[in-house]
Design a protein around this ligand. Structure first.
Ligand code: PDD
Length: 286
């Protein structure tokens, strides 16, 4: 089946969706994005992703392409047209095509470009990696200073993913001034006793939508939550570690820089948090 994608209000076969070479998303990575997961044909935490998209657009003085209700309708239509059961809907807004290259932002006559497409991952919530956990390496965080904005400038995270691949592990954790910021495309956590430690929100990390939900569920399940930076050495001494993202949900981390965390297997609190997260989010899916 050919994938049907969305481009500026139109649903098209993927091979027919064309964007100008002058689009600022292409020339300058002048764009923001969201990834919303789909389980059983329904969107997980769509409201959270919409709210963060609005914030990213605002921070970059970019025009919103359409009201949230239209975004929801388009997500649902793409799920329907592509018979998507489990997977993701990717959404990207760029500052559009001013017809030439210029560092200055174009005026209001340049309309934003809105693109959406689906990615099918049947059994996304039951992937075997959730039973064995991820191994990660640490790499220096040399990204820009506004990581709270979900921009499409993903070259360094891609480089870090390649460093992880070269080291035969699953992902990389970024380290800045001696402390972990986050993973290449996820937020990072450690657990000691009954306490979850994760870096506090700031411009240093993306404000994960999964993070917000997981910390809420953790508090409800009587786990303690401490939002502060932690080092790789502290992480290596932790009982458990994990990451969160819209596509991996809650994923155990069992090794950091070749040191096993705890007994080297996914820990009980991480496993429980993953179950709670998936149960609750499936119930609230729209
Ligand atoms: N990445 N930190 C970074 C740098 C991210 O790119 C992501 C998400 C997260 C987790 O955010 P959320 O829980 O809202 O997905 C944290 C998405 C999944 C991606 O780039 O594919």
């Amino acid at each position: 089946m050919t994938r049907t994608v969305y481009l500026n209000g139109t649903y098209l076969p993927e091979a027919e969706a064309m964007i100008s070479i002058f689009d600022r998303g292409f020339l300058m990575a002048d764009g923001v994005y969201e990834v919303t997961s789909v389980l059983g044909g329904k969107l997980i935490d769509f409201a959270g992703h919409c709210a963060r998209l609005a914030r990213s657009l605002r921070e970059l003085e970019m025009t919103a392409p359409c009201p949230d209700a239209d975004l929801l309708a388009a997500h649902r239509e793409l799920i329907r047209l592509n018979d998507l059961v489990d997977g993701m809907v990717y959404l990207q807004v760029t500052r559009g095509n001013p017809g030439d290259r210029d560092f200055a932002y174009p005026g209001p006559e340049t309309k934003p470009t809105l693109v959406m497409f689906t990615q099918s991952k049947l059994g996304l919530a039951d992937i075997p990696a959730a039973k064995t956990g991820w191994k990660v390496i640490s790499v220096p965080d040399v990204r820009w200073g506004r990581r709270d904005i979900k921009t499409t400038q993903l070259l360094y995270p891609s480089m870090a993913k390649m460093m992880a691949k070269a080291a035969h592990v699953d992902d990389a954790w970024f380290v800045e001034d001696g402390a972990v910021t986050e993973g290449t495309s996820n937020n990072a956590y450690i657990i000691k006793g009954n306490r979850i430690v994760t870096r506090q929100l700031s411009n240093d990390i993306l404000h994960g939508i999964t993070r917000a939900a997981v910390l809420r569920f953790a508090a409800e399940a009587q786990m303690e939550v401490e939002e502060r930076p932690f080092t790789i050495a502290e992480a290596q001494r932790a009982d458990e570690a994990f990451i969160t993202s819209a596509s991996a949900f809650v994923m155990p981390v069992v090794e950091i820089d070749s040191t096993a965390i705890g007994n080297g297997k996914p820990g009980p609190l991480t496993t429980r948090l993953r179950e709670i997260y998936l149960d609750e989010m499936r119930k609230a899916a729209i």
